[in-house]
Design a protein. Structure first.
Length: 326
């Protein structure tokens, strides 16, 4: 996995994804006590960065293999992206999703045309299930993060950030990245190594699911002891990926951890100051900029807000709890 694969992914993807905005709010800067820049991937097609990796992986398949269809396992955002991409290529798609995934994500994955199979997050092994069905149906399994073409696609976000940061004269910054298995984190780190070496990628995770932070501290892959129990469903993974971990270990800075409550508050503040809607797992980067200020030492911080697929009920709960009182 290298920068050439990321550049090639950008060529294959072309105009099929958005170059998402790079936002700043002086009022938000005051809250965070430094300049905060937001890479708003929640405004991407399918409302998350995952469309980049899905399009990269599907477009890299040989046509004869591609026409047999693709399968993926996902808590929702990779599933939507894979379904959306498969529809664009006019091929079948099947997505294995946890039964406790937000209804919005399950419904959208089906609306884009994929067959959805639900599994029990606590009892079933999605890797085994995905491999079994892929073999039975002759479909290609595209994993949500542990796939070189997926990592390369996510890395195109880093190419954009490097260019946008340069346009704004940002020469030194921590880049806070919402992190599950580490596909985006690894892709960004490789892109910055080649094009913006003074931008430092740092993973952000929810409490009790900070496997990447702990892995960076111990210098070996650590696993979470539980599979569910946080509202940040998009980034609940057992451990860093086998492909992503060597890149993360070599290139990434120390991790940050935030609470579900802080993620909810970041959703409200993101909506108030930037006028976008983020989901909990996509807002932990913003939460870290606000609530872990003592662990950030650069004058500029870049937050990748990775997704915006949130159920209306949860968004309303956040607004009721932390919204401006009239």
């Amino acid at each position: 996995m290298n920068i050439d694969m990321i550049e090639a992914a950008r060529e294959r993807i072309g105009n099929n994804v958005r170059c998402t905005p790079f936002l700043n709010s002086p009022a938000f800067d005051k809250l965070a006590s430094r300049r905060v820049w937001v890479k708003a991937e929640c405004l991407q097609y399918t409302n998350s960065f995952k469309i980049r990796g899905a399009w990269s992986a599907v477009s890299a398949l040989a046509p004869n293999r591609r026409k047999s269809g693709v399968i993926g396992h996902s808590s929702g955002n990779h599933g939507q992206a894979l379904s959306f991409t498969a529809r664009a290529f006019d091929i079948p798609a099947l997505v294995i999703m946890p039964s406790d995934a937000p209804t919005l994500k399950i419904d959208k994955t089906r609306e884009f045309g994929a067959e959805v199979i639900l599994y029990d997050r606590d009892l079933d092994d999605r890797e085994e299930l995905g491999s079994k069905i892929a073999q039975e149906r002759g479909m290609t399994l595209i994993k949500p993060f542990d796939d070189n073409h997926v990592i390369a696609g996510q890395g195109t976000t880093g190419l954009e950030i490097a260019e946008q940061a340069a346009e704004h004269g940002i020469t030194d910054a921590d880049v806070l990245v919402c992190c599950g298995g580490g596909g985006l984190l690894a892709g960004l780190a490789l892109a910055f190594e080649a094009h913006a070496p003074t931008l430092r990628t740092r993973p952000v995770e929810p409490h009790d699911f900070n496997d990447v932070q702990r892995s960076l501290l111990s210098r070996k892959i650590e696993s979470n002891t539980q599979k569910s129990g946080s509202i940040c469903d998009a980034i609940l993974t057992p451990c860093p990926g086998q492909l992503t971990w060597p890149i993360i270990q070599r290139l990434c800075g120390s991790g940050l951890v935030v609470s579900d409550r802080e993620a909810l508050q970041a959703i409200v503040l993101g909506n108030e100051y930037f006028r976008f809607i983020a989901e909990p797992g996509g807002a932990v980067s913003l939460a870290a900029a606000l609530f872990r200020r003592d662990q950030i030492h650069s004058d500029d911080v870049i937050c990748v807000v990775t997704g915006g697929n949130i159920d209306n009920q949860l968004f309303q709960k956040a607004m009721d709890q932390f919204g401006a009182k009239t």
